[in-house]
Design a protein around this ligand. Structure first.
Ligand code: DOR
Ligand code: ZN
Length: 346
């Protein structure tokens, strides 16, 4: 198979930043994806529907030549989020979910939830209104090793939450371990997961072996090879619980290359091409459309896209650097040869 045509994919987990930074990158996503679930971890965070709609307008204003791109907004859950805001999300067709960041877990998470019990009544209300919860699944406890934080989150937070609130729709974002694959697979259809291209392609050696590579540092951190393999198996399986969420998260090169290195990998410029390479290597191009264009829409109750994209087996080189507002960033797979090329949208 030397070309693949897919229903235009959706990116169910994307960081677009704001202002000049956003203007320099959002086109990469809009070319490849029809819709994107946009993360709310701006500074200050997006905590109200009103703020989210303003942010959405700023996104669309960056895309005058791509009016088809539909940003699906999210609100940042805090200890103080209100029922009224849950109502507003439930009634909006432009804001689709709340994002749960454990306070201190990752980039711009200082305003996140300090303890799950503080938001339990609100989560019950979200379940009642059928508003999905998107979860950054890592504990922040200093006594838990950074490589074990996702597993500990499943045991300490997510499994008890799923047990107690079985009707809450949860997306376990950017899963990185076989433990997460196993957990999601064993739960009801209310629980799904996104998987990033970098966690499908890299294991932790890419970050730590032969010299530390800050451009491979993201959160949750890359894990060992057996975990990467479990993610690939889940992604290509066709199981409707697993779908595409790139977690593309740009940072200036200078913020990655000087300590403390920011967490995040910018992959939007090579996202669907990278997923295609993973599926191709597994002889599974036939399930790529499920993962990229169908499963997520189904989970979120969205119509399937009608546009398509076509990828061709053709080598091209990923740029070493890209412009990012008034500075530069280093993208995922910088300088590498990519085997699949985005041809056109229809
Ligand atoms: O690596 C990451 N970068 N993980 C996150 O959870 C946040 C993201 C960002 O916003 O940079
Ligand atoms: Zn993210």
């Amino acid at each position: 198979m030397d070309t693949i045509t897919l229903l235009k994919p959706d990116d169910f987990h994307l960081h677009l930043r704001d202002g000049g930074e956003m203007a320099s990158i959002v086109g990469d996503s809009a070319r490849r994806f029809a819709r994107a679930v946009v993360m709310p971890n701006l500074v200050p965070p997006v905590v109200s529907v009103q703020q989210a709609l303003g942010y959405r307008q700023r996104i669309l204003a960056c895309l005058p030549h791509n009016p088809g791109f539909d940003p699906l907004m999210t609100l940042y859950l805090t200890d103080d989020s209100s029922r009224e805001e849950v109502d507003r999300v439930a009634e909006s067709d432009k804001v689709c979910a709340f994002k749960y960041y454990p306070a201190g877990a990752t980039t711009h998470s200082a305003s996140g939830v300090t303890a799950i019990k503080k938001v339990m009544p609100l989560l019950e209300y979200m379940a009642h209104r059928d508003v999905p919860l998107l979860v950054h699944g890592e504990v922040t406890d200093a006594d838990v090793d950074v490589f074990d934080r996702e597993k500990a989150f499943i045991e300490r937070v997510l499994a008890p939450l799923a047990e107690e609130l079985g009707s809450l729709r949860i997306v376990f974002e950017h899963i990185t371990t076989s433990d997460a694959v196993q957990f999601v697979t064993g739960e009801s259809e209310k629980i799904a997961a996104t998987i990033t291209p970098h966690h499908l392609i890299l294991n932790r050696n890419a970050m730590l072996s032969g010299g530390i590579n800050p451009h491979h540092y993201c959160l949750p951190v890359l894990k060992r090879e057996r975990h990467r393999q479990a993610l690939v198996t889940a992604a290509v399986s066709g199981n409707p619980k697993f779908f595409l969420g790139s977690d593309s998260a740009p940072h200036p090169a200078r913020s990655k290359e000087k300590p403390p290195c920011c967490a995040g990998i910018y992959n939007a410029c090579v996202a669907i091409e990278s997923y295609a390479a993973v599926f191709d290597a597994m002889n599974s191009l036939d399930t790529l459309e499920k993962f990229a264009s169908r499963n997520g829409a189904r989970f979120y109750g969205l119509p399937l896209n009608t546009q398509t994209i076509t990828l061709r087996r053709e080598q091209w080189r990923v740029p070493n650097m890209l412009t990012f507002a008034d500075t530069m960033l280093v993208p995922f797979r910088a300088g590498e040869t990519c085997q699949w090329k985005l041809l056109r949208e229809q």
